[in-house]
Design a binder for this molecule. Structure first.
Ligand code: FDA
Length: 393
């Protein structure tokens, strides 16, 4: 015997819980199913355990999608200020970090507990450890067969996220359902992910593991100024994660290691005023010594400025302002924060997230082809898209 519900949501995390809260508040009978043993696992692991839950400065420019306009409606209907107001209602302490990023002072648990508490007030039933076996449509209702119960629902919301961090329960479930109901899915790749290096670069850079440098990292499509972090596996840090979402395999990155200094001019000036000073002494005022020693020729570094030609200064400047690095690959979904690509936005309503092909079917959050930058943008998309669907399901 099917259990009859108004709204069945698959995925008990950021977007699914937000949708459930809103639908529940409207008096809808809502069930949320998740195959994980705990709701909101990605919320708990986010922002290093402090959840970067939104950003002070949200716009469509912070998102990547084949349809760059799609996210605008949802982001303007449920904004960062709406989410911040909810966080304030719960007296959750938070702070702002660089680039407008908002983090919990204490723990990401505060955000998850807030969502679960809102769900409880709205009468939402969350059922975990539940495998979804089949979904089909019969006479305008969806029949969902699961390992726990079989359901008949007027609306089904797919909030099952992307492919990043499979060990946390990420699956391609949402993409498969989308295709089954006639949708196209833009090819997916790992985003906000560290790079692995070619063997030659890995050999010398691995030795420098732990060094962080504020840089501007660029490719043909974008440029980010933040830290890069050298790790024993390759390159990481916020600037690297950001550019990774714009990187195409085989492409070389250009890294300005000294964004605030014109090193060629500086070296020429110092040649006049500190002629006997070694090159390495000047460079060490701007970059970690170990990094310089590994990047540049040892003999050159030990020369006094007076014995170095202007042509050589130009070469050094190019090495430091346009350090070229060709990643081997990315670390993939294993460590990626997000999945690029997903359910084609052109086939969904930007106001409600409803499928253009199957009335009563909705896609929210990361499963949709909307991917945010690092900085709280992905959660804001999950809140906004979940909220929009929650108004109509
Ligand atoms: P999400 O992936 O959160 O949830 C999907 C749910 O569906 C999961 O509970 C899963 O178990 C369930 N599910 C999947 N397949 C299923 C199936 N077959 N059957 C049943 N259930 C299924 N973003 C940000 O803005 N600020 C931040 O600080 C961070 N930090 C961060 C750190 C790390 C390590 C990662 C991996 C990611 C982030 N992110 C982030 C990204 C952010 O976590 C992500 O964009 C949102 O959680 C997406 O929310 P969704 O609800 O769409 O999917």
């Amino acid at each position: 015997m099917n259990k009859t519900v108004d709204v069945l949501i698959i995925g008990a995390s950021a977007s699914g819980l937000m949708c459930a809260i809103e639908a529940g508040k409207r008096g809808r009978n809502v069930v949320v199913l998740d195959h994980a043993n705990k709701a909101g696992k990605k919320i708990l692991m986010s922002g290093g355990g402090r959840c970067n839950f939104t950003n002070m400065d949200i716009s469509a420019d912070n998102y990547i999608s084949h349809n760059p306009h799609f996210c605008k409606s949802a982001l303007s209907r449920y904004t960062q200020w709406d989410f911040i107001a909810l966080v304030c209602d719960y007296n959750i302490p938070y702070h702002e970090r660089s680039h407008g990023q908002l983090f919990c002072d204490d723990s990401a648990k505060d955000i998850l507990n807030m969502l679960l508490s809102e769900c409880a007030h709205a009468g939402v039933d969350i059922r975990l450890n539940c495998s979804i076996e089949n979904i089909h449509k019969e006479n305008d209702r969806y029949i969902i067969n699961t390992s726990l119960d079989d359901y008949s629902a007027e609306s089904v919301v797919i909030a099952s996220g992307g492919l990043s961090i499979p060990k946390m329960g990420a699956t391609g479930f949402g993409y498969n359902i989308a295709k089954r109901f006639g949708h196209t899915v833009h090819p997916t790749t790992a985003g906000l992910v560290p790079f692995t290096l070619q063997p030659d670069d890995k050999a010398w850079l691995a030795e420098l593991s732990g060094i962080a440098i504020e840089c501007v990292v660029s490719n043909k499509r974008n440029s980010f100024r933040e830290n890069i972090l050298l790790t024993h596996r390759g390159l990481s840090g916020p600037a690297i994660l950001q550019i990774s979402s714009y990187w195409h395999a085989g492409e070389t990155l250009s890294i300005n290691l000294l964004p605030d200094v014109d090193i060629e001019t500086l070296l020429k000036t110092k040649q006049q005023t500190q002629a006997k000073t070694h090159l390495k002494t000047i460079l060490a005022e701007h970059l970690p010594k170990r990094f310089i020693a590994a990047l540049l020729d040892e003999q050159l570094l030990n020369q006094p400025l007076q014995s170095i030609s202007h042509d050589r200064f130009k070469t050094i400047s190019k090495q430091l302002h346009q350090w070229q690095i060709k990643p081997n690959s990315t670390e993939g979904y294993r460590t990626a924060e997000v999945t690029l690509g997903g359910v084609n936005c052109d086939e969904l309503s930007s106001k409600t997230m409803e499928s253009n092909y199957s009335t009563g079917l909705y896609f929210v959050g990361e499963v949709v082809d909307v991917t945010g930058w690092l900085g709280g943008y992905n959660f804001q998309w999950a809140w906004s898209s979940g909220w929009c669907a929650g108004q109509v399901v």
